[in-house]
Design a protein around this ligand. Structure first.
Ligand code: ADP
Length: 252
């Protein structure tokens, strides 16, 4: 695995909704195999960024490159190597976890029963009552695990997860974190994970992208972040982020 390889980059990415600027000249560069924590207050542009990367929001200014391709056709192809969970996972309420995964697999172009079973196993979705009864009856944690499993059906190189641990109980949070860590370690999938839960994200991320009001405040590796936190005598990543936002607003 070439860990220096850039898998996603944006240059001067800007997104406007009418007069509202949701992303304001954002330039980032993501390397293969890393886990990026995307951090920003509400309304800072995290979902907008993820929607643009997944192709859900096709109109923007600036440049986006995924797996070396930045043209429209190339991006469409590159996105086939990307799995994404943006907003709540989508599923057919009346179908089971297994049948929902099979349905997704068919939509991706082949009915891969073997992969579906592997993922059910990996994500603890094989119990009879979880795997085969309507997903409607599953717990939030089970649905969330289903959502993440579904992003892996196409064996992606890149995973985009918007608030994947929101609403999970403490064991769900820990389980999801360990699963994501394992996926990253086993297959070197590059991940971008947005979350408000900074302490939790800190346990998983190898890098952080801090944004505010659509602008990049800082992109920094976890090692560098640790060094800065220690240097400044700060408590944790939360304190660091808050100070960064204040400094950017001239409120130090
Ligand atoms: P975050 O995910 O960090 O909470 P968002 O990307 O959802 O932030 O939103 C960034 C900004 O863009 C916010 O001010 C939000 O109100 C605005 N915004 C997002 N989507 C739309 C939309 N469809 N129409 C108008 N404004 C939007």
């Amino acid at each position: 695995m070439d860990t220096q390889e850039t898998v996603i980059s944006t240059q001067e990415l800007t997104k406007r909704y009418g007069k509202k600027v949701a992303l304001d000249g954002l330039s980032i560069e993501l390397r293969r195999g890393r886990v990026y924590g995307l951090v920003g207050n509400n309304g800072s542009g995290k979902t907008t960024l993820l929607r643009i990367l997944t192709g859900l929001s096709p109109r923007y200014e600036g440049k986006v490159e995924i797996l070396g391709r930045g043209d429209r056709k190339g991006l469409r192809l590159s996105r086939k190597s990307m799995g994404a969970l943006v907003d709540a996972p989508a599923y057919y309420d009346d179908l089971s976890v297994r049948d929902n995964l099979l349905m997704r697999s068919i939509l991706l172009g082949k009915k891969d029963k073997k992969r579906v079973e592997e993922l059910r196993e990996q994500f603890g979705l094989t119990d009879r009552d979880v795997g085969t009864r309507a997903i409607h009856f599953c717990s939030l944690g089970q649905k969330q695990r289903f959502g993440i499993a579904a992003t892996l059906l196409g064996e992606p190189h890149v995973l985009l997860l918007d608030e994947p641990i929101n609403g999970l109980d403490p064991s769900g949070v820990a389980e999801t974190r360990e699963l994501l860590r394992k996926i990253n370690e086993d297959s070197g999938v590059t991940m971008i994970i947005s979350s408000h839960l900074l302490a939790e994200l800190y346990k998983l991320a190898t890098d952080f992208i801090f944004i505010d009001r659509g602008r990049l405040l800082e992109q920094i590796s976890s090692e560098e972040l640790d060094a800065r936190i220690a240097e400044r005598g700060m408590e944790d990543v939360e304190e660091y982020f808050i100070a960064l936002v204040k400094a950017s607003e001239g409120r130090v």
